[in-house]
Design a protein around this ligand. Structure first.
Ligand code: NAG
Ligand code: NAG
Length: 487
């Protein structure tokens, strides 16, 4: 090699390296490499908050937790959330267009604009998934929030597993004296009830089984619908100083939005609404079609999913759980109903209610379940990574709390209870590996059973006083109207 030749060689290599460096500067790195299509484990699907699939959460049918020596299960009291559902009206109106725009932009970023990052870019398989994605046209507003096929299976299979486990309780044909069912006024809870009885009594059983009618103010299954204080607290959580909003402005959350945007090839930061749209459809599609890969889940890495999950948890924590001091009181009627039913050997053996996530969350709070030592806050995401309060674990689709009464040979404490959350025994420190003495259950929940729920459930400002406000307002309106007419 001649001297000049060697020089040229060095120069060209240097140029080349500079070019590579320039390219790096142009297409910033964002995050770890991740290819969703090639991930057969997809463990992040267990962190989709209240849109997590029940199949990924519930206890195993081969578990032996429910078998207690010298005890026979004699009653089951169940509070269940509806199964997997379709999106609500607003989502069905907004999502198709918003997602189509995002899809086109992302593909354009990768195919034409070449603005994808050099490190942490989406893999080709994931892009192909996105390329062939379309909104399912069958999902229209007339079916908003309806139970899906998967949602039907969630409840039907739950019923079958419970029937297997607690054969002594369920091994009876349908009879009003033995079984009590009730659901809230919505398609998804009614269909969940039907799926559940089909699981218990066979195909089409719902044709001859009626649920109890819903009372006027359903303070048992939807107490939060009749409580202005609950709404006021909900509004408080929308204020800028709420932990949720502080988290949305935190460095860690903004960095996540920025990383997601960079990874998708955007040179600007996507809005929170755009991120939410992708997060929602990913979680829905994954819950509807367990075996399929939703392309929208490929836009998030596992770490990013954990951060989005925490954002959801912060909201539920301050709306329905330990972060709202009145939340447990809202469950007053439900706790009383449970204690009353489990406390006597007569009456129905199976009591099953079908309701919504908020009810399950407030009920768990009243039980004192899954409480953490520290509270969830905007600034302690890392410290709370192993928290008990995780909405994915607590309230996935079809989440349920089953309190089972056991009749035992123990002469001192013949009645015992195990509380199962999503088919896993809850471990209270006042019980022995989940098995609780009845006398202790009564003592623990005395606060509710000795209270006047009408006063307690909404701090004395519940349904009746809401009606009062209404009457006062109508009175004022009428006075004004009469005044105007008299002119
Ligand atoms: C829409 O519904 C029809 C009829 O029930 C069904 O055959 C079709 O597969 C559905 N389409 C999608 C995309 O699920
Ligand atoms: C995007 O957000 C990040 C993190 O907050 C910020 O550092 C960056 O400047 C933003 N990018 C643009 C283009 O605004």
């Amino acid at each position: 090699m001649t001297r000049t030749c060697r020089l040229l060689w060095i120069v060209s290599i240097t140029l080349c390296l500079t070019a590579v460096q320039l390219a790096h500067a142009q297409n910033p790195r964002c995050c770890e490499d991740y290819c969703y299509s090639r991930d057969h484990d997809r463990s992040q699907s267990k962190h989709f908050a209240t849109k997590t699939s029940y199949e990924l959460i519930h206890g195993s049918s081969s578990s032996r937790e429910h078998i207690v020596p010298n005890c026979i299960p004699s009653k089951l009291w169940l509070l269940s959330r509806h199964g997997t559902r379709l999106p609500g009206k607003k989502d069905i109106q907004v999502l198709p267009q918003a997602l189509n725009n995002l899809r086109e932009s992302i593909l354009d970023n990768y195919d034409n604009r070449r603005t994808a990052p050099d490190i942490g870019r989406m893999c080709a398989d994931d892009l192909d998934l996105l390329r062939s994605w379309r909104w399912d046209r069958n999902i229209s507003v007339e079916y908003e929030s309806f139970l899906t096929d998967q949602g039907w299976s969630d409840l039907k299979l739950l019923a079958r597993r419970e029937k297997d486990r607690f054969n002594e309780v369920f091994n009876w044909p349908y009879d009003k004296q033995r079984y009590l069912f009730r659901h809230t006024k919505s398609q998804r809870t009614e269909a969940s009830f039907k799926a559940f009885v089909e699981g218990l009594f066979g195909d089409g059983a719902y044709n001859f089984i009626n649920a109890e009618p819903e009372p006027t103010d359903d303070t048992l299954l939807k107490p939060y619908d009749f409580c202005p204080a609950y709404d006021a607290n909900k509004d408080k959580n929308k204020q800028p100083d709420s932990e949720l909003n502080k988290f949305l402005r935190s460095r860690i959350y903004l960095q996540t939005l920025s990383d997601i945007s960079t990874r998708l090839g955007f040179r600007y930061n996507l809005s929170n609404d755009q991120i939410e749209a992708m997060w929602d459809i990913c979680r829905y599609e994954q819950a509807w079609h367990l075996q399929q890969y939703s392309p929208w889940c490929s836009v998030f890495t596992k770490n990013q999913v954990n951060i989005l999950e925490y954002k959801e948890d912060l909201r539920y924590y301050y709306q329905n759980s330990y972060g709202y001091e009145k939340s447990a009181d809202l469950a007053c009627y439900a706790v009383n109903d449970m204690v009353k039913n489990l406390g006597r050997s007569d009456g129905q053996q199976v009591i099953a209610y079908f309701t919504h996530e908020a009810e399950i969350q407030i009920f768990l709070t009243a039980l004192g379940a899954k409480k953490d030592r520290d509270s969830l806050r905007a600034e302690n995401y890392y410290a709370m990574q192993n928290r008990n309060f995780r909405s994915s674990e607590l309230t996935p689709f079809a989440a349920n709390l089953a309190a089972v009464r056991y009749q035992c040979a123990d002469p001192v404490e013949p009645v015992k209870v195990i509380f199962f959350l999503n088919e896993k025994a809850l471990m209270f420190d006042w019980c022995r590996v989940g098995l609780c003495d009845w006398s202790e259950v009564v003592r623990r929940y005395e606060r509710y059973t000795k209270a006047d729920c009408a006063k307690m459930y909404c701090g004395g400002s519940g349904a009746s006083s809401w009606a009062l406000h209404w009457t006062t307002m109508m009175g004022i309106v009428l006075t004004i109207a009469v005044g105007l007419l008299q002119r």
